[in-house]
Design a protein around this ligand. Structure first.
Ligand SMILES: Nc1ncnc2c1ncn2[C@@H]1O[C@H](COP(=O)(O)OP(=O)(O)OP(=O)(O)O)[C@@H](O)[C@H]1O
Length: 239
């Protein structure tokens, strides 16, 4: 399975944020998306998730040689600041989410507690109001929903920045397991995390996407080379 971005364009007023964005993302790999503040990472994710309409181009899903347009339900989007029903407990919310999906004939593979176990969420956390959850726990809960619905494409907008070292480690493990069945793309500003977790890195620079060579990803010059590449971008905010 591959996600194919074909000449995606997006502008806000006169500002061209995405220009001829082309790339192929494969199942089985974790992709890191790097770019300066304001480079357009969130805009690209919003275009793929259907939250924003593209001005041009298309996103396609290719499975066993059959290509079709990417649909909203194909994409799971883990927001950096998740919006969840704060008046429910995590358990109540997951139960509700499973009930809705069962009615939509989505096959549910595990019990509610098994899903929480997979996310390493402790018993007492499950039965607390979401209102009292930390930022990282809210991110975990959002990711749990995608274990249920299994969208082929999962986009994570700076997901691991709010996790402490232990949770970040658990999340890395989970993402590595999830990549077998999903196309995973996450945006981050943390170069160490990108080189540690990603199989491939793509850089959004001047509205276009380019790949970082796998050799560079593993080399000692990695951080310095990426900084040089990103420094070069003159049109972004703050430069
Ligand atoms: N709804 C909007 N209306 C007008 N301009 C917008 C809108 N959304 C984003 N932009 C502009 O588009 C550009 C790209 O923003 P975007 O949030 O996609 O960048 P980003 O790479 O995710 O940045 P960051 O790393 O800071 O989160 C910025 O100049 C931003 O101000």
């Amino acid at each position: 399975m591959q996600l194919v971005l074909d000449k995606i364009e997006k502008k806000f007023n006169e500002k061209q944020v995405l220009q001829d964005v082309e790339h192929r993302f494969e199942k089985g790999k974790i992709y890191g998306l790097l770019g300066r503040n304001g480079a357009g990472k969130t805009t690209l994710f919003n275009c793929l998730s259907g939250e924003l309409k593209m001005d041009g181009g298309q996103a396609l899903l290719e499975t066993d040689g059959v290509t079709r347009e990417l649909r909203e339900q194909d994409v799971g989007y883990v927001y950096s600041l998740p919006i969840l029903p704060e008046f429910l407990t995590g358990y109540e919310f997951v139960k509700f989410f499973i009930d809705i999906n069962r009615r939509r004939n989505v096959p549910i593979d595990y019990s509610i507690d098994q899903y929480f176990d997979m996310m390493s969420m402790a018993e007492e956390e499950r039965h607390r109001l979401i209102k009292g959850y930390s930022h990282g726990m809210k991110n975990k809960l959002q990711m749990l929903l995608f274990l249920i619905t299994k969208p082929p494409v999962i986009l994570l907008d700076e997901p691991l920045t709010s996790f402490d070292v232990i949770v970040a480690l658990e999340m890395k493990k989970l993402l590595r397991e999830m990549k077998r069945d999903h196309i995973l793309i996450f945006s981050t500003h943390i170069l160490q995390l990108a080189s540690d977790l990603c199989d491939e890195l793509v850089i959004l620079n001047r509205g276009r996407l380019s790949s970082v060579s796998p050799e560079l990803l593993r080399s000692p010059e990695f951080e310095q080379s990426i900084i040089e590449l990103l420094k070069d971008e003159s049109h972004v905010e703050g430069s």
